[in-house]
Design a binder for this molecule. Structure first.
Ligand code: 6PG
Length: 251
């Protein structure tokens, strides 16, 4: 794993600006008929980023060049407040000119085992194939207080290492069924970015970045893309315990 890049940000608007600059550069360097493929994460942290992008940057990009997927989904209806699709649609997608045929939501409302098969086929069909596996241009991940990422939880670490592209998992607290991409797909992405905020995540970040003895209990620790391109975008609170020498950039 090459050097992990850690960017500490003061407020989410600086990350929004960087995200748009990054996407603009990627889209401008793509072939005419190519698409930039991104897997969004769920949870509450991305909401603020999505809000800033849809408010301040909705005309800054050719959004028709982006195909949107999800890294995980709760097994609920797409109109359910808990749905990661529902959150992204309302805070981001409905404000942008993204053709609906470029949206590939995980269908949390159908039989999970069936959806795992269906979504795996979608990944194979829609993504570039690298090292013989579907490869996202970018995967966005969050970090749970327990060290989970996507919907891969510490008490089901075997699912991170599954041979499948997607798995059915269960939230350890409420036993809610989830569908998640696995480490096989995560670590085959061109780039992976963690977006993490809040003091409640600072200990896990410290343990993962410093490879503490507990780190190997956390699925997020095993996110080590073969490309070597892993970026942590964290706010000051989440960076509380990190030695300043570990931080690549503060914006
Ligand atoms: C989900 C996410 C999950 C999330 C983390 C962080 O479906 O909940 O994909 O991995 O990113 O739990 O969530 P917060 O941003 O809400 O802390």
């Amino acid at each position: 794993m090459k050097e992990i890049k850690i960017v500490v940000f003061n407020d989410i608007s600086s990350i929004a600006q960087k995200a748009i600059e990054y996407l603009s550069k990627k889209i401008n360097s793509m072939q005419q008929n190519d698409f930039f493929t991104i897997a969004l994460s769920g949870g509450s942290t991305p909401k603020n980023l999505f809000s800033v992008i849809s408010k301040d940057y909705k005309d800054s990009l050719d959004w028709t060049k982006i195909k949107i997927f999800w890294g995980d989904e709760r097994c609920v209806n797409p109109t359910d407040e808990q749905s990661n699709y529902f959150m992204a649609y309302n805070y981001l997608i409905k404000h942008l000119n993204i053709p609906k045929e470029n949206l590939f939501r995980i269908r949390g409302e159908i039989n999970p085992e069936e959806e795992v098969k269906r979504y795996s086929k979608i990944l194979e069909k829609e993504l570039n194939i690298v090292n013989g596996l579907p490869s996202f241009n970018l995967i966005m991940l969050g970090l749970g207080e327990d060290g989970h990422t996507a919907s891969l939880f510490p008490n089901q670490l075997n699912l991170f290492f599954s041979d499948n592209y997607c798995v059915v998992s269960f939230h350890p607290e409420n036993n809610q069924k989830r569908i998640s991409i696995t480490g096989k797909i995560i670590n085959n992405a061109e780039e992976v970015v963690f977006l993490v905020t809040g003091k409640n995540k600072s200990e896990k970040i410290y343990e993962i970045i410093n490879e503490s003895k507990n780190a190997k209990d956390y699925p997020a620790y095993f996110v080590k893309p073969d490309s070597g391109k892993l970026i942590w975008l964290i706010d000051r609170e989440a960076a509380t315990l990190l030695d300043k020498s570990k931080v690549s950039l503060t914006i």
